[in-house]
Design a protein around this ligand. Sequence first.
Ligand SMILES: [Zn+2]
Length: 719
Amino acid sequence: MRSTNLNIRVCFAAVLFIGFLSAVVYIAAVMSPSTVHKDDRSDIETADHETIRTIPPGIEVDFFEDDEAQDVDDDEDDGEEAEAENVDEDDQSREAEEQPVCKYPDLQMSNPEINHLFDKSHLHCGGRPINYLTYLDSNTDDRIGVIRLNSSALLPGEKLISCRYIRIDYLSDWENNAIIVHTKDFKDNNETTLDFPFEHEFARVSCQYETEVFSGTGTEMMVKQHNNMFQQVKKKPPLEIWAKQLHNSGRAKEALGGGLNVLMVGVDSTSRMNFMRKLPKTFQYFTETLQGYVLKGYHVIGDGTTAQFIGMFTGFLEDELPNTKRGTANATLCDVFPLIWRKYKRMGYVTMFGEDEAWTGTFQYRTTGFSYPPTDHYMRPFWLAIEHLPGYRYYGQFCLGATPKHHYTFQYMRHFVDKYNQSLKFATAFHSQLSHDSVNLIQSADQDILDLISSWNDKGYLNNTVLIVFADHGARYGEIRQFLQGRLEERLPFFGIAIPKWIKEKHPEIADNLRKNQERLTTAFDFHKMLQHILDYPGDQSRFQGHGISLFQEIPLNRTCEDAHIADHWCTCLQTISMSTSNDFVIASAKFLVSYINDLTLPHRNNCMELVLKNITHAEIIKPNKRLLQFQESSLQFHVAKFGNMLRLPFVDFMLTVETEPNGGMYEASVRKWFKRDHTEVLADISRINRYGDHPKCIRDKFPRLRKYCFCKEFLHPT
Ligand SMILES: [Zn+2]
């Protein structure tokens, strides 16, 4: 296992660099790398300063001390377990399954600390549609679409000069091969038609026209250019034949059902919470209609997109592979990565990778990129061409004319899946632009992502497909990162897996393990192992490449971040610190808990007695680890993690066990105390951990949910 220091170095390598990138993208004013995180720093300082003032008096524990030594009191635990054995069978409150060693933070979509950051803002591209002058006519007799001209779109005073069809091919990850294939001249004739056959994967059609411009001395003619971009998946028959031969030769026969497609649809910088907030239609469809599994403990393994993708597609940390860091001595190209796509290709799959934002490409921004396409279909030339368009900036960051750019990525994926509907395929579409710097804009893509995955379901494609809907990490920029919840969300991206129904029936162990793993500590490494498992099930995992445990297996309950190759500062598993039960703050929280229970039975006060706090038998604080709270940023140049002042804890969570009178009830619950707002709340369900027998008899049948709280008056003075 690599040391934590190494992990820190790997993970932190990109923060400063991408921080710089973000600043350039976001703000017109270019900031120097050393000032990129200025805002973060000053806020953390302020926050820390506030910490000193806002910790309530009476707490004896230093929240910010390293707390390894402070374990939960064993004696108390034993007593609790003994009590737990007596719980009524109809008591739903205590979980039947054992809890993982790693306790996740109880994140909720709504949190008063960050709610102000969310709004309903949507993307409005405006302007003339990109295809107002040239457009693709797919309704031709020929199987090939034709690019035509909408000459009526020309305004009075505008006159066409010529149009060119430029084919865009891959030359390298940095440069395209652009070849003029068709030209049409309009200058000396009155023609107004165009019919360029769209025969290539990517093409640009560029039309020049004259237009009248008014100046001080009268009108002048000026030459302008209109560009339109076209993309499609051009099926490569030899590839298909080759793939089929491999498949038929039996190499993939061992796989589940003779081979499952892997389709991955991803968005950048979207935590599980934010996915649920901003992509609710997709979330609902994925979890309800497709019965997909969502991994609640899916952690980042390093910093930024690159670390997660390298983990997902190779099973290793970047620093465990040959050096591919741009600008470093002896850096080699990313071709050396042991990518899973190649393994799939050898098993008869056709592969595709498409991500927008070529200039910040996952494998090109801070690493060296590839010297040849890593997949059979590779969208990078299209995005490079867009970024090379004259007047690119004019088009705006998210739009090409009136077309949102994210449509192109999803459309390309859709084409790919349609075109190769008879072949086994592994495809990944990753959208970055909308969500990279905004926690809100991704909501503009909700319907589009839903349309894409539901169309596959409607066409029956998902019957032999493992569908992955995912994000790489949570938001890494902006105000949200200043808050504890933002910091936790950054580390817990959305990761969902949907498998065909028949697999759940044929291999119930897979469904069962995925269901359990939803609550376990998981990473990209585990997903990578699962990708190998898809090709070789049940297979011999000891022969699989890389770290992790296949998600088709059960991830152990006792897994720690260290076991899972997650460095401390990325680890969200909570730590517990034992508290004195005579602490004023603990007592106040326990009283709050009892008053909360009394509020639940208040409408039934004629029947149910008011309860009184008799005793606090156990109290502990639950909080994130110190390194997570201290982490500020990392330096690309020196690969050193920077830890600064402790982030202010906006609240503290108490885990309490209390005893009440007159019912002799034992309850266990989490109580959250907010510092700033002087507000207290009970989190999730309250567990009744001892037997209540007939005590709730008077309301038992009518109000089953209140059984554990109600002590019927007749028991106080039994007749
Ligand atoms: Zn990312």
